[in-house]
Ligand binder design. Sequence first.
Ligand code: 13P
Length: 335
Amino acid sequence: MTELNNLALQILSDGKGILAADESTGTMTKRLESVGVKSSSQNRLTFRETLFTADSMSSCIGGVILYDETINQSANNKKIPEIISQQGSLPGIKVDSGAKILAGSKDEKITEGLDGLRERLRIYNDLGARFTKWRGVFTISKAYPSRLAVQSNAHALARYAALVQEANMVPIVEPEVLMDGAHSAKDCYEKTSEVIKECFDELILNRVDLTGIILKPNMVLPGSDAKEKILGEEVAKLTVDCLKKSVPKEVPGIAFLSGGQSEIEATENLNLINKYNTTNFIMTYSYGRALQQSALKYWSKNPKDVNGTQKIFNHRAKMNTLAAQGKWSKEIEKE
Ligand code: 13P
């Protein structure tokens, strides 16, 4: 077993999942303002520190994805990566610099950040990062995602992953097919399959060690404006089937993004995915909103009640860790 494979398994094993706390300052500002909190550097740190010092960090969260601002911050004279490591979790870092309009396509996006990445990776590794994230985004419409968007983003993801492994860290490869739109689950299945297959073609071409990556895909879902909704069982079957056919068997684990699902939906669907999982892939969570939403809402109203906020976060983390083992139920959710 390679060192990178070991690291990936350390993050994902035994129902553990990933806390995606890597919202850029722009995104975090939107999240904080939506609950009436001013987006100051201190407020962003205080909320995140509240999560990172919660009990579930040791029992449920195998890794935390940080943003550049946070990995450089300290709380109570301790550096944030140190706080996370002391909980037995691994610090990770988002290293892309965001999705920009793709020249040659009218309104699709390409994720940037390859320039100078080798040097930045060294700095992040010195700061304690053991894994990284890069997110490519794809929209579904009649014409999209275009071949240009699929190929360009897959190429960038693979070049990123090769550089990250060279720096002895585990790359999270995140091709996100967005839920926005009125497309059907079948459309999502087809486009997600195409995108993931292209990513692996490029990863292999770039000689990435597939045993030392984590794939972070979307679940197969109908668009958020679709007329026809489908049952969780169908989401799970389509998702497992899509991944079974498009992900090489060397990959140790898959950690889903929540992508705009409600907290309960994201937990329930992950649980069903694990019930239907006929592959050898670990299937767990790498959630942002679906782990933080309720905790953030409570914290915004009760900023001094650290225990209260942590209790809510601990519950969500515990529910998702049960779901990652197919052991969640509506009854347990209410306990
Ligand atoms: P969500 O779970 O809120 O979709 O965030 C996960 C993530 O890291 C998106 O890049």
